[in-house]
Design a protein around this ligand. Sequence first.
Ligand code: UDP
Length: 489
Amino acid sequence: MEEERENPNPLPHVLIFPLPVQGPVNCMLKLAELLCLAGGITITFLNTDHNHRRLLACTDIENRFSKYPTFQFATVPDGLPEENPRSGDRFMEIFDGLEKMATPLLKKMLAPGGMSKNVNCLIADGILNFAHDVADEVGVPVIYFETISPCGLWACFCLQKLIDSGEVPFEGNDLDVLINNVPGMEGFLRRRDLPNFYRVNDLKNHPLVGKLVLENRRVPEARGLILNTFEELDGPIALAQIRCLVPNVYSIGPIHSYLKSQLAKTQSITSKDSTNSLWKEDRSCMNWLDQQPDKSVIYVSIGSLAVMEKHQVIEFWYGLVNSCRRFLWVRRPNAVIAGGDLLNEEIPDEIKKATEERGCLVSWAPQEDVISHRAIAGFFTHSGWNSTLESIVSGVPMLCWPQFFDQLVNGRMVSEIWKIGLDMKDTCDRVVIERLINELVEEGKREKFAGSANELARMAEQSIMENGSSQSNFKRLVDDIKSMVNVNL
Ligand code: UDP
């Protein structure tokens, strides 16, 4: 209260709390930077200790954000031992530890007088239900930022409808049956395209389902919902449906290219300077790409959380080699389960030789730069939403190998609706991979995808320009945040 007397027009203070994994942390840091550039808002970004250490070790984040006087980081332990992989089938372990550790801290931070400047708004990942509970308790408004795809989110919002109609759990083993109870997606969404938790028989006891039921109840209660997409991409299907539940949707993406365009206006910065990677980027692959012909390289990555089995690595490798294409493949540390990555003696000589001739392997790539490089012909991807958007922005067609959650819906949208790629979900066979890679990029065939890929890239660019849909939505978000300043002083 004393602060209020001293400063009758304090800046609004936003606390940003991402799900502590690469995709959401990256997106929310970009949102934080956009809010910094918009000006007039104080921002606290809550990282886990584990991720913050990694960001400090792998990026220049401290230096970059020190330019913004109204920005600060705060950290909280995630309750997990350092060696926990926080990915693959250990992913769910993130939630319990985090809830235990973050709840008391959030209570303190959000309570009046809990921070040097009171918090006026919490921007949190929708799956972090406990954060919403705490904000409600102390009367701080919540805006959700769901960093997964809107189409995947919509399929999650339909959980109860799918259960009530008896469409899930599935009866029988046929995964090609069409789904009727995800409105807007009738006619193309099959059982196999739903987020993978829908495949279990015992839905009630699935650890994620309980969280989603709560999330589905909570999201419509929030002040608004930020989504990383643009109206021209998701407006007709997913956004039209989501708006029936949450009228106030801010679609402000593709957030990575929006931030890049805003940074370009204010300072000379390259994406090399603005990475939010939790792994050290190996930029040597950019030199390698510089030496490759235009549209000749397949870029391969399964993102930050998905894992592979050894035999799948071998199928990928043979598929790539047998396609006779050049390839740049991200082989993330700890991404191979069951006994770890292949030993040198387990790799057939023919594969080694072909890789030396026309392949490049790195442990983590500067992906935004890679995808927009002129040498990239196609992206063999796990269909994570950030990767999908990055590919869309660069007009690069995709071969989709979705593994979990929204990725399965994304793969279907890419192949059936946006027509910018092929979906090979539920298979991992060298012959199929070879055939589909060639279908994606071979002259005479790739033209099928090029038209729609270029058109979507053009629309993405328009959305972030002056008066474009995403830019207008972002401005509205900033205005709405600023109007919250008097809510809980
Ligand atoms: N990424 C990267 N370098 C890599 C692989 C991935 O910078 O070698 C980034 C990529 O640009 C994207 C994020 O990691 O922004 C992965 O997010 P996505 O939503 O695609 O998948 P997730 O990791 O959440 O499964």
